[in-house]
Design a protein around this ligand. Structure first.
Ligand SMILES: O=c1ccn([C@@H]2O[C@H](COP(=O)(O)O)[C@@H](O)[C@H]2O)c(=O)[nH]1
Length: 250
């Protein structure tokens, strides 16, 4: 599961040769995580570790995985700038390929986050790419309005995305529905990491803004993130292979 030669924009500054697949290993059981990671060896481009795995299994377990595989550490930090910057500093030894903060934490929080990563890694290609989460893919317009945001998901993603990239984010987490508009606004270099992916015929679960792997690839996703359609499949390796095939033929 090594990083592909032609990594995407923001990592080596070249246009993405293809959309890469991240498997979200959302489990509290370290043995299940180990089984899934072994099964997916060579089938996916990176492993996503999020709140469930990290809070349940601990940082040492995350560190062990990050030492052997490209890891997207998705802890979605959201606090005052000083606290988020200190939290990110503590994560640096794990050297994740990608890591997340919430764009809604604001410009200063994002800028301080980028500074911390820059101080720790300089211009090294090992510097974790800082992603700002725009609007969660589980939210729709009604959900946004309920929390006092009188905008469509697309409008809010573009607003937060522009601000986050100006402030120093390398990329954004968004749904596939916003990729085209984000590429128009921000160009080809920004990393667009896209969850809410469902192969045709699979259930959406709690995701609201979904698209298929092929649709996300055609729209210009740098990476797609797929959890349950892989981890809850009878044969996770086969599910991942089918998604890679769909990406390759998109
Ligand atoms: O807006 C967001 C941000 C992050 N996620 C994460 O992606 C995976 C998706 O899992 P599925 O099982 O494929 O729904 C999950 O780990 C989320 O934390 C997201 O879905 N949406």
């Amino acid at each position: 599961m090594g990083l592909p030669q032609e990594s995407g924009p923001g990592i080596k500054g070249v246009a993405p040769a293809r959309t890469r697949l991240i498997a979200a290993i959302d489990t509290a059981d370290p043995q299940r995580a180990r089984f899934l990671i072994n099964a997916l060896e060579g089938k996916v481009d990176a492993i996503k570790l999020g709140l469930e795995f990290t809070y349940s299994c601990g940082f040492d377990a995350a560190r062990e995985i990050a030492a052997r595989h490209p890891v997207f550490l998705d802890l979605k930090l959201h606090d005052i700038p000083n606290t988020v910057a200190a939290g990110l500093k503590a994560l640096c030894p794990l050297k994740p390929v990608l890591t997340t903060i919430h764009a809604s934490g604001g410009r200063e929080m994002i800028a301080r986050s980028r500074e911390v990563l820059q101080e720790a890694f300089g211009d090294s290609p090992e510097r974790p790419r800082l992603l700002a989460v725009t609007v969660l893919t589980s939210m729709d317009a009604a959900g946004l309005n309920e929390i006092g945001v009188p905008a469509s998901p697309l409008e809010q993603v573009i607003r937060l995305g522009k601000m986050a990239v100006e402030a120093g984010a390398d990329g954004l987490v968004c749904s596939a529905h916003e990729i085209t508009a984000l590429r128009e606004a921000l160009g080809p270099q920004v990393e667009l990491v896209v969850p809410g992916i469902r192969p045709a015929g699979s259930v959406a679960n709690d995701q609201k803004r979904v698209m298929t792997p092929a649709q996300a690839a055609r729209a210009g996703a740098s990476w797609i993130v797929v959890g349950r359609p892989i981890t809850q499949a009878e044969d996770p390796a086969r599910a991942a292979t089918l998604i890679q095939e769909e990406l390759a033929s998109a």
